[in-house]
Ligand binder design. Structure first.
Ligand SMILES: [Zn+2]
Length: 257
């Protein structure tokens, strides 16, 4: 059984979702996490998560939206996790590729989410794009000054240096459909080399559909294609890779019952 550790099911209509869930189940996907991108949107996710026993959600503000609302108070974000279906914080992080929010605002928001993750005792889903240095620096600074928190680098497409820095302080790394793209040789080498107990898989649906669906709308069922490539680079049978990544998911997202 596979788990899609990061998707955006609120991008699918209510009428589309039963089909999405059925195709996921048929593909061996036994769990999904739908991800918060603004506070208002995050408040609507538990209702979606309640429709399926194997669906959970997170709460947080995506760096694209960081400037649209005040920098969140960590306690407020942590409070929003009291719902049993909310099993993580995020996604937050830094996106210097699109730069849709000023960088200092993104950084303040990212730190607030790290603190919320620590307060809630739940993992933080981190979005990192063209911001390796600052992601690593903030993670290390927060770890040194405030102590441990759990997190994953979602939709990993960053440098080996960032992956190793994250793993050194207890982080996990989640691979998306990017892993299946022909040009992702360097990414596959990183995926081959990271510690087995820190690997997760995800779709980031509706974005970034894996080969052979590249360019189409992505959905949780397609995580099986990313998992197949990860199994190949790790030299594992698909079933063993599924067991491994699902065990990792359960260790990280321990509130997922
Ligand atoms: Zn993201």
């Amino acid at each position: 059984m596979l788990i899609d550790s990061h998707c955006h099911l609120d991008y699918f209509s209510e009428a589309e979702r039963p089909g999405v869930f059925a195709r996921a189940a048929a593909a061996g996907v036994g769990g999904m996490v739908t991800i918060g991108t603004t506070v208002e949107q995050s408040r609507r996710l538990p209702a979606i998560a309640e429709t399926q026993s194997n669906l959970w959600c997170t709460v947080g503000i995506h760096p694209h939206h960081a400037a649209e609302e005040p920098v969140p108070v960590p306690e407020d974000i942590a409070t929003l996790t009291s719902h049993p279906k909310v099993i993580g914080i995020g996604e937050s992080g830094l996106d210097y590729f699109y730069d849709r929010s000023p960088r200092d605002v993104q950084q303040a928001g990212f730190r607030a989410h790290v603190r919320a993750a620590r307060l809630a005792g739940l993992p933080l889903a981190i979005h990192a794009r063209d911001a390796d240095h600052d992601i690593a620096a903030i993670l290390q600074d927060e770890y040194d000054s405030g102590g441990e928190f759990s997190f994953l680098l979602h939709c990993f497409s960053s440098s080996r240096t960032l992956a190793e820095a994250a793993i050194a302080i207890g982080g996990y790394v989640s691979f998306s459909g990017i892993l299946t793209f022909p040009k992702s040789n360097e990414l596959r080498e990183i995926a081959r080399d990271l510690p087995a107990d820190r690997l997760l898989v995800e779709t980031d649906a509706p974005y970034l559909a894996p080969v052979p669906f590249r360019g189409k709308r992505n959905e949780p069922a397609f995580v099986a294609h990313t998992a197949r490539v990860l199994a190949e680079v790790r030299g594992l049978e698909p079933e063993a890779l599924a067991d491994l990544t699902t065990a990792n998911f359960r260790r990280l997202f321990r509130k997922a019952a």
